[in-house]
Design a protein around this ligand. Structure first.
Ligand code: C5P
Length: 243
C-alpha cells in the first residue's frame, strides 16, 4: 500500500494516510515525553516495542469482543488501523492509587480501588489535559450522554480483560489511559495505543517499589533501565496467547 506524507505527528506516533481512505498507518517513535512534554527524551527501540505490545493487546481485546481500530501490524514499528474521528477525551481507569490521583487526593500509593475509578480528561495539550466533571463533560458536548455511557462501559470491560491478561503475565495493571474514536458509521471504537507509555505496570516478582515499575514512570522519575522494563513487558505480553 502506498504511503503518503504525514497527516499528523504526535508525541509518540506519526500518522499517515494510505491509498485506502478508511485505513491509516501509525509509525511508533522512540521519542518519549512526560509532564505534558516538559520533559523530553528517547527510549531506545521503544517504537518497535510499543507497536508489538499494542498490536498484541488490540488483537487480544478484539478476541474478547472489544471493537478497536487495529487492522494489522505491517512492520516492526508500524500498524494499519481503521480511520476514526478521535473523541478528544483521555479516559483513565485506575485499579490502584498512583500518579496524579495520589498527588491530588493524598491517597497512599498502591491503595486498591474497588470498584475501579474511571476518569475523563479533556485531550488538550494547551490546557494541560484537565480532569472533567460530569457536568463539564456535558457542557462541552464532546460526546453525547449515550456515547459517554458506552465509553465508560467499554473502558471498564477493557480493564477487566487487560487486568486478567497482565495478571497472567505476572504484572499488576495499576492504571491506564484509553482513547476512543467514531467510525464513519458512528460506531465507538477503542483507538490510539495501549503500551507501557499509557499504562502503569508493576512486576509482581519484585516487592521493591522502584524495581517493580515496568512503565513510563521509569522515565518520568529518572529510574533508569527503561529499555529493560519495556522489553520485559513485551516478552511477557507476546508470550501470552491473543485469545
Ligand atoms: O498522570 P496520571 O496518574 O493521571 O496517569 C494515569 C494513567 O494514564 C497512567 O498510566 C499514565 O501513563 C496515563 N496517561 C497517559 N497520557 C496522559 C496522561 C496519563 O497515557 N496524557
Amino acid at each position: 500500500m502506498t504511503q503518503f506524507s504525514p497527516l499528523y505527528e504526535g508525541k509518540a506516533k506519526i500518522i499517515y494516510a494510505t491509498s485506502d481512505p478508511d485505513i491509516l498507518l501509525a509509525e511508533f517513535k522512540d521519542d518519549a515525553t512526560a509532564f505534558n512534554a516538559q520533559k523530553r527524551g528517547s527510549i531506545q527501540n521503544k517504537g518497535v516495542m510499543n507497536c508489538a505490545i499494542a498490536s498484541h493487546l488490540f488483537q487480544y481485546l478484539a478476541a474478547q469482543g472489544i471493537p478497536n481500530h487495529f487492522i494489522a501490524q505491517v512492520a516492526p514499528n508500524k500498524m494499519h488501523m481503521r480511520r476514526v474521528e478521535i473523541i478528544p477525551l483521555e479516559v483513565v481507569v485506575r485499579n490502584r492509587a498512583a500518579g496524579s490521583l495520589c498527588r491530588q487526593t493524598g491517597l497512599p500509593l498502591g491503595l486498591e480501588l474497588n470498584p475501579p475509578l474511571v476518569e475523563f480528561y479533556l485531550k488538550n495539550d494547551d490546557l494541560g489535559d484537565p480532569l472533567l466533571t460530569g457536568d463539564r463533560l456535558r457542557l462541552l458536548q464532546i460526546a453525547t450522554d449515550e456515547e459517554v455511557a458506552k465509553i465508560r462501559e467499554m473502558a471498564l470491560a477493557v480493564n477487566t480483560h487487560l487486568s486478567r491478561f497482565f495478571a497472567e503475565c505476572g504484572i499488576t495493571l495499576v492504571d491506564f489511559k484509553l482513547e476512543f474514536g467514531r467510525s464513519r458509521s458512528g460506531e465507538i471504537l477503542l483507538a490510539d495505543e495501549i503500551s507501557p507509555d499509557s499504562c502503569r505496570l508493576w512486576n509482581q516478582d519484585e516487592s521493591d517499589p522502584e524495581k517493580r515499575i515496568l512503565d513510563k514512570d521509569r522515565f518520568r522519575q529518572d529510574l533508569g533501565a527503561i529499555e529493560d522494563a519495556y522489553a520485559l513487558v513485551m516478552q511477557r505480553v507476546l508470550a501470552h496467547s491473543v485469545r
